[in-house]
Design a protein around this ligand. Structure first.
Ligand code: ATP
Ligand code: MG
Length: 268
């Protein structure tokens, strides 16, 4: 017989079952002597949009680039602490960084298509992974462009150079290029800041669609955008996470005075 207590327990455990994609524990990061991240503790949940907000220079991009270990391209970088991706510490000596590169896609502030055709931009990643069959590549290209809500606009000009597309189209192409490698997580660093309002809305709608299949972490300077599209928000200040909570809660009732000042536009 199911008792009331049982059913409560079931509800609770279902809640806890929501998978954690990234678990950041006591992360510190230095560029030489300058500390850019301080004791970051943050959990990223599957199939959610997590927004990272905060004033210029507070460490948002640094944190994003730490999640795929791209930050290591800067030779003077040092880290301490852990980032567990799907339960494994990405800083472990034995960790294969290729695992991250194939599971974690990134979209940058400025659209950065390759100087190639629209088709070849999307086929690039799959080809690197050894896919040569034209029919399979055709399918991946179509599926990825559809996934990024740009197929209808480009299906008749797949052989054209990607540089001939508008900025908003190029950004969706870059998102499609990400999807082509079938990632698990998509990192986005101010993906709409170079776009006009209509393209911005298209990308925002797209993000809502994509979170059904992917986990998305987005850095944004636009408070309305964070409020519109994210499930959780982390407020960074001087390399620290000042507040991390459900977006609704943070924007309606911030716990911290500094968070409140920032989201109401009093500084930053
Ligand atoms: N390659 C680098 N070498 C040295 N210091 C760096 C490097 N990249 C960033 N920093 C420093 O780390 C701190 C955080 O920079 P970061 O780019 O992460 O900030 P941000 O929050 O993304 O800012 P913005 O909103 O302007 O993009 C800054 O003080 C910056 O000067
Ligand atoms: Mg930045």
């Amino acid at each position: 017989m199911t008792t009331l207590t049982d059913s409560v327990e079931v509800t609770d455990s279902t809640k806890e079952d929501k998978n954690i994609v990234y678990d950041t524990k006591n992360l510190n990061l230095w560029y030489g002597d300058d500390q850019a991240l301080r004791d970051i503790n943050l959990q990223i949940t599957e199939n959610e949009v997590t927004a990272i907000i905060g004033p210029s220079g507070c460490g948002k991009s640094t944190y994003l680039k730490t999640l795929n270990r791209m930050v290591e391209l800067v030779p003077v970088v040092r880290t301490s602490g852990e980032i567990l991706y799907r339960g494994k510490n990405i800083f472990d000596k034995t960790y294969q960084v290729e695992t991250l590169r194939t599971n974690v896609g990134m979209v940058f502030q400025k659209p950065n298509p390759f100087p190639k055709s629209i088709y070849d931009n999307i086929a690039y990643g799959p080809r690197i992974h050894g896919i040569k069959n034209k029919k399979i590549l055709d399918e991946i290209v179509e599926k990825s462009l559809r996934g990024a809500a740009i197929w209808d606009e480009v299906k008749d000009r797949l052989k054209d150079n990607a540089y001939g597309m508008s900025g908003g189209q190029q950004q969706r192409l870059c998102i499609a290029r990400c999807l082509a490698i079938e990632p698990d997580v998509i990192l986005m660093d101010e993906p709409t800041s170079a776009l006009d309002p209509i393209s911005t809305l298209k990308v925002e709608d797209l993000i809502q669609e994509l979170k059904k299949s992917y986990s998305i972490i987005i850095v944004t300077h636009n408070m309305q955008q964070a409020a519109r599209i994210s499930d959780k928000t982390a407020f960074f200040l001087s390399g620290e996470v000042i507040e991390f909570s459900d977006t609704d809660k943070m924007f309606s009732n911030p716990k911290n005075k500094q968070t409140e000042d920032y989201i109401t536009g009093r500084f930053g």
